[in-house]
Design a protein around this ligand. Structure first.
Ligand code: AMP
Length: 424
């Protein structure tokens, strides 16, 4: 009973310091692309998620009935909640509307490294724009976020669900058979896919061509396969424009086309993309996104929508595989009252310094200078101030540089100026 629930985690102050630091970087990048932050509730009506994905999604949810009999669920993702919010209150906002969020999600997943039952996503929705440049900027934003948090080894793959649909149409695969093929495509299980295609009556040659198509990054090869039909031509032209913008304007060199990205056909349509960190092994997918249709389903006026979600926890794991040195919590000043007579003045000084945005702690245990200085070191304090009766009488403080160990007595009136100088 007194244990952590399966698939959840506690975070120490050191871990929270890193998480907040990375969150801030992500927030800054979203803002720098003109996005505004939104927040939605942690739980929603169950129907919000079953409307598109069907009842089967309930297996993956933390759903419950509240005291009034409402069917609710902890949110498994934030796209549906943000689109609900848009339909309810934001439809009249000027377009394009750029919304971002950082929030916890809950899925009844089988926990393992990089897969939790409570995890955090950083994501966004772009509402009202479907030009190639809109998609290029969206994808570049996901890439820039990961770049700005310090990630180096990651890959961007673009897919297109209209082309997958065109493929099924060309091969005359029924909707039922599509359902069996999609998971094999999604998981890149190409040997099994080859067998499944042959079972559907396709010749070995065609089945092999399909498998090759799903693995190629070569746009002319894709074009040849479809004999350049008008719809495919349009999609490929858009894909080309997006790739050119990503490479030339956004300076993202490693963009690959990977048609095997399907991301659940019931949700997305057209362009889809994924970013993965190969070093993470099984749970290597850091980000997934694309264009989708939800607004109409929630009763809103049809409008193009696209977005992505970055796995916050996995991004930190990916940074750890790179041995990134994260910042540590620190104090600017640790104040040590020399004896009981100096306690009041110590807190007065602490309050004065806090007003000037210094992070200050005061010894609460009356444990003597030596032990207090050791404690100040463990708290990563930049300076310690020792306040004794003698110093108080002379209106000075004893300031100790915790790096060099040097001490000097400084008039209280000059302390702030001195600290400001040593801060830079
Ligand atoms: P999705 O909403 O399934 O497209 O997921 C978007 C991103 O969230 C994925 O690329 C992962 O990085 C992350 N993610 C999804 N499920 C989990 C989970 N159970 N635990 C941790 N991260 C997850």
């Amino acid at each position: 009973m007194s244990q952590l629930p399966r698939g959840t985690r506690d975070f120490t102050p050191e871990e929270m310091y890193i998480r907040r630091y990375i969150e801030e970087s992500i927030r800054k990048t979203f803002l720098s692309f003109g996005y505004g932050e939104v927040q939605t509730p942690t739980f929603e009506h169950l129907e919000l998620f079953t409307a598109k994905s069907g009842q089967s999604i309930i297996n993956e949810l933390y759903n419950f009935t509240d005291k009034s009999g409402r069917e609710l669920t902890l949110r498994p993702e934030l796209t549906a909640p943000v689109i609900r919010f848009y339909v309810e209150r934001l439809q009249m906002e000027p377009k394009p509307l750029k919304l971002f969020y950082l929030g916890n999600c809950f899925r009844y997943d089988r926990p393992q490294k990089g897969r939790y039952r409570e995890f955090w996503q950083a994501g966004c929705e772009l509402i009202g724009a479907d030009t190639p440049e809109a998609y290029a900027e969206l994808i570049a934003l996901a890439y820039t976020i990961l770049h700005n948090i310090g990630l180096k080894d990651f890959h961007l793959n673009l897919g297109n669900l209209s082309l997958i649909q065109a493929l099924f149409k060309k091969l005359s695969v029924s909707v039922n058979d599509q359902k069996n093929l999609l998971p094999l495509i999604d998981k890149s299980q190409f040997d099994e896919l080859l067998d499944a295609l042959k079972c559907l009556g396709l010749s070995s040659q065609i089945a092999e061509e399909v498998v090759a198509l799903l693995q190629t990054s070569d746009i002319p090869q894709i074009q040849n396969f479809f004999n350049d039909t008008p719809e495919v031509h349009k999609e490929l032209l858009k894909l080309r424009q997006i790739i050119t913008l990503l490479q030339q304007s956004f300076q993202i060199p490693d963009v690959s086309v990977k048609l095997s990205i399907v991301r659940g056909l019931d949700y997305y349509k057209g362009l889809v993309f994924e970013i993965e960190a190969p070093k993470l092994g099984a749970e290597k997918q850091l980000c997934g996104g694309g264009s989708y249709d939800l607004v109409g389903l929630f009763g809103g006026k049809d409008v193009p929508t696209a977005g992505f979600a970055i796995g916050f926890d996995r991004s930190i794991l990916a940074l750890e595989t790179q041995n990134v040195i994260f910042p540590k919590p620190a104090l600017d000043i640790y104040i040590i009252p020399y004896d009981e007579t100096c306690i009041e003045k110590s807190f007065e000084l602490a309050q004065l310094l806090r007003k000037d945005d210094y992070q200050v702690d005061v010894d609460l245990l009356r444990r003597g200078i030596g032990k207090s200085l050791k404690f100040a070191s463990t708290k990563n304090a930049r300076h310690a101030i020792i306040l004794g009766p003698d110093e108080l009488n002379r209106n000075v403080v004893m300031l100790r540089d915790m790096r060099s160990g040097e001490q000097q007595s400084i008039p209280v009136a000059e302390l702030l100026t001195y600290l400001k100088k040593s801060r830079t």
